[in-house]
Write a protein that binds this ligand. Structure first.
Ligand code: SF4
Ligand code: SF4
Length: 377
């Protein structure tokens, strides 16, 4: 099992398209740069591939791990084992329904691998947990020998970026995720501690990040796809995320998971060895981040000025089809849907978790940054 060590190497390899042979060559090269496949998978082991299956968006929207990326990872793994399971647990939509639309079902059928939805039939201990020592979990985690984590490189309205560490939040089955969102509210650092505890409960053995086409702007579901041409691989999720932030030119202080991890490491700078592309270069200039959150606003100002200083969800009636997904996922219960009037939003109760924006299948929820937030971090 991978250890938490910021000196773990991270491989960064260029890949300009989802053409299967090109993706597979990039993945092979990235794993070779980390010392070879034998470190991450032995012959005959049972392997779980944790995809990023947020919803049923088509692959070209860059919301989910691209099916060609998944196919190439499966083919790489098949050089050691055929006991492969593709698994995830979206927050709201059915996993199998999403897989039919985002291309995973077709890949799984053609490559003869199993699709499994993670359900809450077990628990997972986290002795190192800062906030939590136990999580609800799927028994599949005990039945596999290895887990490979396949995040999509994306922005995230609350957490700035969603990469390797955030993708493992999907191990929490279905709507149980909402309880953790509700506890954290707008406190990004608190949510980061929760994500770090979940990640440490079962760190993946290998992280393979799909950055061939990533998402910038209003992520994680309604942002803009951007061709980045990157495959990033690392045994350690924190090193992997820190390397990507560096390549995007995003400071650690802007990424709550990394800033929190750094503070848990007693402020030691996050160092990692980048292999492949040069670590000195920002490979993706002018990468567009989402509207920023609470930043350094003190509590009193936060309570008084929430309406005027914090980014908030904005409901775009012309795009809304009335599916009510946002109403059902909102942990603060501050949304209703009225026929003929659309979404009714009780803004004072909103905790700015942006679950609604994350889950809306129609991209009908934007995140707007109020003018006064220009004066906050
Ligand atoms: S805003 Fe989005 S999630 Fe909410 S009802 Fe409209 S389409 Fe559905
Ligand atoms: S309205 Fe959206 S951002 Fe506000 S609490 Fe509900 S889900 Fe979170």
């Amino acid at each position: 099992m991978a250890t938490i060590n910021m000196m773990e190497p991270v491989a960064v390899v260029r890949c300009s398209s989802y053409e299967p042979d090109m993706v597979q060559a990039a993945l092979q090269h990235s794993v070779d740069l980390l010392g070879g496949l034998d470190s991450f998978l032995k012959s005959g082991e049972r392997l779980m591939l944790k995809v990023s299956c947020l919803n049923d968006a088509a692959p070209e929207r860059a919301v989910t791990t691209h099916p060609s990326f998944l196919r190439a990872v499966i083919r790489l793994a098949k050089t050691r084992t055929h006991r492969i399971v593709v698994a995830d647990s979206p927050g709201y939509v059915s996993f199998f329904g999403a897989c039919k639309k985002n291309g995973y079902a077709e890949v799984a059928a053609q490559e003869r691998v199993e699709l499994v939805e993670l359900v809450a039939d077990d628990t997972r201990d986290c002795p190192q947990g800062v906030l939590y020592k136990k999580f609800p979990s799927s028994s599949l985690l005990r039945q596999v020998d290895r887990i490979w984590n396949l995040p999509k490189l994306k922005t995230h309205a609350l957490m700035t970026l969603t990469l390797a560490v955030k993708n493992m939040f999907g191990l929490i089955p279905g709507t149980l995720k909402m309880g953790y969102h509700l506890r954290a509210g707008t406190d990004k650092m608190l949510f980061a501690k929760i994500l770090i505890d979940i990640f440490r409960a079962r760190p993946p053995d290998l992280n393979l990040v799909d950055g061939i086409v990533g998402m910038e702007g209003n992520g994680p579901s309604a942002g803009t796809p951007r061709a980045l041409g990157l495959v990033v691989a690392g045994a350690d999720g924190f090193s992997t995320d820190a390397a990507i932030a560096r390549l995007l030119g995003v400071p650690v202080s802007r990424v709550p998971v990394l800033a929190t991890y750094q503070s848990l490491q007693k402020g030691e700078p996050l160092e990692m060895e980048i292999r492949g592309e040069s670590s000195a270069e920002i490979l993706v200039p002018h990468f567009r981040l989402p509207a920023v959150g609470r930043g350094g606003i003190p509590d009193l100002a936060y309570r008084i000025g929430k309406r005027w200083m914090l980014p908030r969800p904005v409901f775009l009636r012309r795009l809304c089809d009335g599916c009510k997904v946002c109403v059902e996922v909102c942990p603060a219960h501050c949304l209703n849907y009225e026929e003929g009037r659309g979404i009714r939003f009780r803004e004072p109760d909103c905790i700015r978790c942006f679950c609604c924006q994350e889950m809306c299948p129609s991209r009908a929820i934007d995140v707007k940054k109020p003018r006064l937030s220009l004066f906050s971090k």
